[in-house]
Design a protein around this ligand. Structure first.
Ligand SMILES: Cc1cc2nc3c(=O)[nH]c(=O)nc-3n(C[C@H](O)[C@H](O)[C@H](O)COP(=O)(O)OP(=O)(O)OC[C@H]3O[C@@H](n4cnc5c(N)ncnc54)[C@H](O)[C@@H]3O)c2cc1C
Length: 451
């Protein structure tokens, strides 16, 4: 049959998922994997879908964002989540796996398909004439990175994540925080959390005594170029007050003072992070502190004492493309119709997110090659919302994202009732799964018609 060959690059989480989906559909798959000939620095085995760090794939509860994402992918036919469930170890309501069992079972599954040929080589150059899913992950090999840069633009490629934490707007205490832009220039777009001298000193003490996450050798080389707040703080108590926490020109007009240069000792600013404006990031707060320490630090800031943190700050080597410019909502490149990109390379973050985008890229590759309408998932679903986020062209600075409720389309309901989080999540989850069931039906009906 014509058009039945697909190359999948990288047998990580996204690539293995994509290869298995397409193999089931009867495609001849060439699955390129450079390990064990060449390791990434984080991987240590030759197994597919090696989990490089934690063995947790996040929550299993569909009332939580990561759990919903898994449920959606399972309905759409995920092989990897099924294998993960078979290899799960006790971990409350999260899906943690025996990492070797998980990878070995995926390897067996790949080997069970005679139409998957594993090629142990570095894949160096995209061929726009060959249907290809690129899923080489956050530690993509540098020759391929160079080629991607040449093909899609040098400024559209990032090697490092210096991520600031993101909080939910409705958890901010606006009796303390206020809206303003510096010197009242333009719209009052920023949320400002002011600190007096005593509050700043308390914040500084927490920051300078907090535990940091260790950096790997291959990450340390990037470290000097990005300045986490804890490193800035170690240069002197006032460094942050002259940097990201500078108070100059920021005034809370509710407080009657003579407006001079400074009304406060220091100010933390938060900037809008998503289109629907319910998520805000802490400006200049890229950090490598451990997550528990970040929570303590953020909640010591007036106005953020009850902050719901949807993403913690992180610093690590992470190759990702400028998806808003490069990809469409099908995970297909806008430049070359034959080329799809999946996994962490697209700017999603996390094991489950990588698996799920691998699945969606494969579904759409199949549909593209069979001349069927591709699937655009609705942003009421967690996977659809993730894809919408990474392909949204309005980001001021595109940064990777993991599954969270803040990116999902808000629900129209009585606001009072929605204050009950469980009730709200039940509605969101139900709505998403209903939508995914519809998509499943479309996929199944068309499959039945084809035979
Ligand atoms: C150090 C580190 C720790 C992380 N820890 C966690 C964590 O604890 N929890 C979490 O949810 N997420 C974590 N992540 C983030 C992310 O979820 C994982 O990296 C995840 O494995 C990404 O899946 P992927 O399929 O996109 O890439 P990967 O799983 O990394 O798969 C990519 C594959 O492509 C291969 N490859 C790369 N370039 C080439 C090439 N040119 N030719 C052929 N093969 C190639 C690689 O060898 C690899 O097997 C971590 C990331 C890093 C870097």
């Amino acid at each position: 049959m014509e058009n039945k060959k697909v190359k999948v690059i990288g047998s990580g989480l996204a690539g293995s998922e994509a290869a298995l989906y397409l193999a089931k559909k009867g495609y001849e798959i060439e699955l390129y994997e450079m390990r064990p000939k060449k390791q990434t620095g984080a991987h240590t085995t030759a197994f597919p879908a090696e989990l490089v760090c934690s063995n947790s794939l996040g929550s299993n509860d569909p009332l939580l964002a990561s759990g919903l994402l898994k449920q959606e992918a399972l309905i759409l036919g995920s092989s990897l989540f099924e294998i993960a469930l078979k290899n799960s170890v006790p971990a409350g309501n999260s899906l943690s796996v025996d990492r070797f069992g998980f990878s070995k079972d995926i390897e067996k599954k790949i080997q069970s398909y005679s139409n998957i040929k594993v090629i142990r080589e570095v894949y160096e150059k995209i061929n726009p004439n060959t249907p290809t899913i690129i899923a080489t992950g956050p530690l993509s090999e540098k020759r391929l990175c160079e080629n991607i840069k040449q093909e899609f633009g040098f400024d559209d490629f990032h090697f490092f994540d210096a991520i600031a934490p993101i909080v939910q707007k409705d958890s901010i205490d606006f009796s303390k925080a206020f809206w303003a832009s510096r010197w009242d220039k333009g719209e009052a777009d920023f949320i400002n959390c002011p600190l007096n001298k005593e509050e700043y000193e308390n914040f500084y003490n927490i920051l300078t005594t907090a535990k940091r996450a260790p950096l790997k050798d291959f990450e340390a080389q990037y470290f000097e170029g990005c300045m986490p707040i804890e490193v800035m703080a170690s240069r002197g108590i006032d460094t942050l007050r002259f940097g990201p926490m500078k108070p100059v020109g920021l005034f809370d007009k509710r407080i009657k003072t003579e407006f001079k240069k400074n009304q406060f000792w220091a100010v933390v600013q938060l900037r809008q992070d998503n289109k629907i404006a319910d998520l805000y990031n802490l400006v200049g707060f890229q950090t490598n502190l451990k997550w528990g320490e970040q929570k303590k630090l953020i909640q010591s800031i007036p106005g953020l004492q009850n902050a719901q943190i949807v993403r913690y700050g992180q610093m690590h080597a992470n190759t990702f493309i400028n998806s808003p410019k490069i990809l469409n909502c099908y995970l297909q490149t806008k430049k070359y119709k034959n080329i799809f990109i999946a996994g962490q390379l697209t700017g999603v973050e996390g094991y489950s997110e990588s698996i799920s985008t691998g699945l969606l890229a494969a579904i759409n590759m199949d549909r593209y090659l069979s001349s069927k309408e591709m699937i655009k998932l609705d942003n009421t679903t967690m996977l659809g919302a993730l894809v919408e986020y990474i392909t949204f062209i309005g980001h001021k600075k595109f940064q990777p994202i993991n599954s969270n409720w803040g990116i999902v389309k808000a629900i129209e309901e009585d606001k009072k009732k929605l204050k009950d989080k469980k009730y709200k999540n039940e509605l969101l989850s139900k709505r998403a799964l209903k939508e995914i069931e519809k998509i499943k039906k479309i996929l199944e009906e068309e499959t039945q018609c084809a035979f």
